[in-house]
Ligand binder design. Structure first.
Ligand code: AMP
Ligand code: ZN
Ligand code: FE
Ligand code: FE
Length: 282
């Protein structure tokens, strides 16, 4: 069984490795197809496709969009979208702009906590328009205020911590529709992050399917075997496609490797064809 990885971050958003570095790791792990799913940005597709041809890896155009539903932040992955779609580009730009409204407020909170930094420093470190909290975490590491991104989130950046600032996020129905409008298949990312009961998750997934959701990320680096089974069953019950990926970010999630997650992840290439067909059929 060949493996694939449909959830990867690069320096186009908050990953710390370039597209080429990520794809070299993928090659080493025996990955035959992958999707780069950077937050709110899809500009990396042509570069990834070129590198993929060189390395013999199929590249699926991908994206990850954060959305809010009540107390929950739901991440919606999109696959096989038309990355040249002008409306999609415009919508993603508004999401990146909302990051630039929030991030300086996080920096200000950190300044008030006695940590000197500027948003220009964060932007220089990020080197991309899609600037996220992991970039701020990395700057905190560079400045030696913390020794890991986990510590940065636990002490300052996570929801409920002193430097947390909310960002304006779309509804899941909007994120799903935007991906559909660009010809892609929307997939609920890492269901383990959803704070609800098993029944609550089933209801939520049914609702999302009504909005146009096409699949669930059943296979994920931090899913336990019993969670994987639960989500597989849920996908069957709701007639949704199954996907999987590592959510590799490089230094901010140092325990996660491309293609294999924490070592146990194996996403079968047989999942790709149904996903491609779903995109073409729509
Ligand atoms: P943002 O999109 O700027 O709100 O940042 C959210 C991103 O931070 C998520 O997509 C994760 O990649 C990352 N993240 C959240 N919590 C942690 C954590 N405890 N350690 C490392 N990265 C995290
Ligand atoms: Zn991320
Ligand atoms: Fe996510
Ligand atoms: Fe992700």
């Amino acid at each position: 069984m060949s493996r694939i990885d449909l959830h990867l971050h690069t320096t186009h958003s908050d990953g710390s490795c370039s597209t080429r570095e990520v794809m070299n790791f993928a090659k080493q792990a025996g990955v035959v197809a992958l999707a780069i799913t950077d937050h709110d940005i899809i500009d990396g597709v042509p570069e990834a496709t070129t590198i993929g041809k060189e390395l013999g890896i199929d590249v699926v155009p991908g994206i990850e969009i954060s959305s809010r539903l009540g107390d929950n932040e739901l991440h919606i992955l999109g696959y096989f979208l038309d990355w040249t779609d002008a409306l999609l580009a415009q919508r993603l730009k508004t999401l990146r702009d909302s990051r630039h409204l929030r991030n300086p407020r996080i920096v200000q909170r950190l300044n008030e906590l006695g940590i000197p930094m500027t948003y220009d420093e964060v932007r220089a470190l990020a080197g991309t328009e899609s600037v996220g909290r992991p970039h701020i975490a990395r700057l905190l590491m560079e400045k030696k205020f913390v020794t890991s991104a986990k510590e940065a989130f636990d002490r300052y950046l996570a929801n409920g911590r002193p430097a947390f600032v909310d960002r304006e996020l779309p509804q899941p129905a909007e994120a799903v529709q935007w991906i559909r409008d660009a010809g892609g298949v929307p997939v609920l990312a890492h269901p383990t992050w959803v704070r609800t009961s098993a029944d609550g998750l089933r209801t939520l997934v049914r609702d999302l399917k009504g909005m146009g959701l096409g699949g669930i990320e059943v296979h994920y680096s931090t899913h336990t075997p019993s969670q994987t089974n639960e989500y597989l069953e849920l996908a069957k019950q709701c007639d949704l496609l199954v996907t999987g990926g590592s959510d590799f970010h490089g230094v901010t999630k140092p325990d996660i490797e491309v293609g294999i997650g924490r070592g146990q992840l194996k996403v079968s290439h047989t999942l790709l064809d149904p996903l491609n067909k779903a995109a073409t059929a729509a």
